[in-house]
Design a protein around this ligand. Sequence first.
Ligand code: GLA
Length: 387
Amino acid sequence: MYKHLYDEFYKIFGKSNENIRIFKSPGRVNLIGEHIDYNGGHVLPAALSMYTTVLVRKRNDNIIRLYATDLKYVVQAELDRLLLYKDYKWGNYQLGIAYQLMTEGFSVPGCDMLFEDKVPLGSGLSSSAAIEVATSLALNRLGGYDTGMKELAIISQMAEHNYVGVKCGIMDQFTSAMGKEGHAVLLDCRDLSYEYIPLKTAGYKLVIANTNKKRSLGESAYNQRRYECENALLLMKEAFPDAKYLCDITIDGLMSNINLIKDPVIRNRAIHVVSENDRVLKSADALKNGNLESFGEMMVKSHESLRDLYEVSCNELDVLMEAAMLQKGVIGSRMTGAGFGGCTVSLVKETTIDSFMDEVGSMYKEKTGYEASFYVSDIGGGGTEVF
Ligand code: GLA
């Protein structure tokens, strides 16, 4: 299964006496709970069975070389000058991990790394978290450590903050590190306590539809939303001085003090955050009780709120979601991930999946000119060493 990767590794980096070790880490789909991880909310993502796989082998110097099977070029960096490479278009996530590990006192050995990325890039399915977690796991184990997966998730998030410059929440890295086959993860982002919820969707499947409109998290819009939420929290502190996060406030609490927020945009952001958190908890209950209809309703409300109040949807995502909801056998659909492009996720009756893809695909093409792609998602496990 990995022979083609070994072959490519030897072709690029040559042979040596050192062993090659293999690690992998998945992308994720978020079922519900969008843009609330950085507001201390609950999220309900699941790891996909699409992975970043990395082959890694120690070197005798302080050089790290990175190669991607789809890009076909090598990035080379010196471990004691890592700050020089921050602006690299590819390789910066991996070098950010090396930088963060070293900042936290881990020693990182020189090594050669080959990456095979099976999570579509820029699709809102956390291709970057898959790379980050696979890299932090590989470099950590190669350095002789046995750091826990939860801690590696946090190190990966910090690398993205400090090196790449995106102030992301913890959801993606946590799911990539801690996902469990056949389960969604109900994660409380306040304290990282979590619960695995079996995805018992008998007769229905989660179908991901990709707008194929690339989005980039580096876009200032993500950091801007985060800033708006911090602003909303500051204003609400007048009524709730102990609130550490926006999600510490209930819907009733927020609505009865909403006059503290004068700016209608900031107001809408806060209403989205607090009501989305509530929808996540209701969705988790609905899934536990096998009440798919109610989960489906929450998905639709979540999409509407992200579109109208949080303003992170876009025409392509709206068209996909609306086309999905017109199909027979669909009980819920919403955008997933940061937004501004990327993917939707829909709960679709198994027997209607083929017609779903045909119909939604052609409606989407007609209205946007883009070709959508579809994945029927299997829920995989979190990051691990393969060999
Ligand atoms: C990106 C971030 C996550 C989260 C989502 C939106 O995927 O990396 O932390 O904020 O956007 O829910």
